[in-house]
Design a protein around this ligand. Structure first.
Ligand SMILES: [Zn+2]
Length: 401
């Protein structure tokens, strides 16, 4: 039987306790297993394929929207530019609602149904809101998405279009994570928030897939955009489980990247602190990673120290540049999804990453969801009269061709 265990003090809780955080120290819980020679099964349904590594006795394929199984793409041009010979992108924008969140959401929904809930919810102004809205609708569950009252139309539409009950909440949005857990317990709504233990289980399948796609020869580095810390924790947990089971022989080193305008984890890491502080008001275009008080921040710090990981920041200018470079080779990522690419220059020039190292950047979400940051590219588009079509196209050819 799986159980929950506190990531800090190790206190154990039964799997049916419905808890997400430790009742003693308040830190996040994670799922622990007694694995009995688990196997990777042949299936096109993520929860079926990895059922021996997940806590579901009967995964329900009808809940699936086709999550997971995302490509690992070689970045040849970008690699050459940076002098990296083995650079890859794990393209999580290929998930059904265009972000990695779908992996955690299907696990959360399956768990909620197994636990007898008929209502789910989450606190999110972005990818997670859209993901829970879509999967909640698929599962026929009443779905509540709590968003900030200042949410822009561009962000609320991709959530409300799925038919979820969207509530704009005024006041301290940062405290809503904890308040939603309290109200959810009171009303019997399963809140699948950013670092819910079952969300971590979904994220670990990113690591499983990377291992398989690299023929069980793990990369030297995995670089993850980090906000709440849930996805980072999941990816690390996936590699650890595969290593402990002997499926890979070593762990990659892990790099957390945050936006300079909201970097509570990188700041605490730099200062050698054991706990994060509230960052204050975020100021970055990378909204997807702008949680000023990440609920798994302290656990991310513990992981970085334990596994000799690194945390660093990139500024908005570097993020936009990375978005364009990445789009021009392979993926149109949203600002938050492009931060691993933005960090590469510094990592290579400081000699942290060696040119021959194998590097995987996790590209977490799609750019089409948020066009504002790259609006500048529209200025490069010229308007011509009908009659000048031929000359305009030939003038646009590189000279000599
Ligand atoms: Zn604890």
């Amino acid at each position: 039987m799986p159980r929950f265990e506190c990531t800090k003090c190790g206190k154990e809780f039964p799997f049916d306790s419905a808890l997400t955080r430790c009742t003693s120290c308040g830190e996040p819980l994670e799922v622990k297993y007694e694995f009995a020679s688990p196997e990777i099964h042949k299936s096109e349904f993520l929860l079926e394929k990895y059922r021996d590594f997940l806590p579901f006795s009967r995964p329900n394929k009808a809940l699936s929207l086709g999550e997971g199984f995302t490509p690992l793409l070689r970045l040849k041009k970008l690699g050459e530019m940076l002098g990296l010979h083995n650079l890859y992108a794990k393209n999580e924008t290929m998930n059904p609602t265009w972000s990695f969140k779908d992996r955690g959401t299907i696990c959360g929904i399956q768990y909620a149904l197994d636990s007898g809930y008929s209502e789910v919810g989450t606190v999110s102004t972005g990818n997670m809101g859209a993901s829970v809205a879509a999967y909640g609708s698929r599962a026929g569950m009443r779905t509540h998405i709590l968003v900030s009252s200042s949410i822009e139309l561009e962000k609320v539409i991709p959530i409300s279009v799925y038919g979820a009950h969207v509530v704009k909440v005024e006041g301290d949005y940062g405290k809503l994570y904890y308040e939603s857990l309290r109200v959810g317990e009171e009303l019997g709504i399963c809140f699948i928030n950013s670092d819910h233990p079952l969300r971590i289980e979904g994220s670990k399948t990113i690591a499983f897939e990377i291992c398989e796609q690299m023929s069980f020869e793990p990369p030297d580095w995995v670089i993850v955009p980090t906000s709440s810390g849930g996805n980072f924790r999941g990816i690390v947990k996936g590699f650890i489980e595969f290593r402990d089971l002997g499926l890979i022989d070593r762990l990659p080193r892990f790099i957390v990247v945050q936006a300079a305008g909201c970097c509570p984890i990188a700041q605490a890491f730099r200062e050698g602190k054991e706990e994060i502080r509230h960052f204050g008001r975020p100021k970055t275009i990378a909204h997807g990673i702008s949680n000023p008080y990440p609920p798994s921040g302290n656990e991310v710090l513990r992981i970085l120290r334990r596994l000799h990981g690194i945390a660093l920041t990139v500024n908005d200018e570097e993020i936009i540049k990375a978005q364009l470079l990445l789009a021009r080779e392979v993926i149109f990522a949203q600002p938050a999804g492009a931060v691993p690419i933005a960090a590469l220059d510094e990592l290579v020039s400081k000699g942290i990453i060696d040119r021959n190292d194998t590097v995987v950047c996790v590209i977490t979400g799609a750019g089409l969801k948020y066009l504002h940051s790259v609006r500048q590219v529209s200025h490069e588009i010229t308007t011509i009269p009908f009659e000048q079509l031929s000359s305009a196209l030939s003038n646009a050819r590189p000279s000599g061709s």
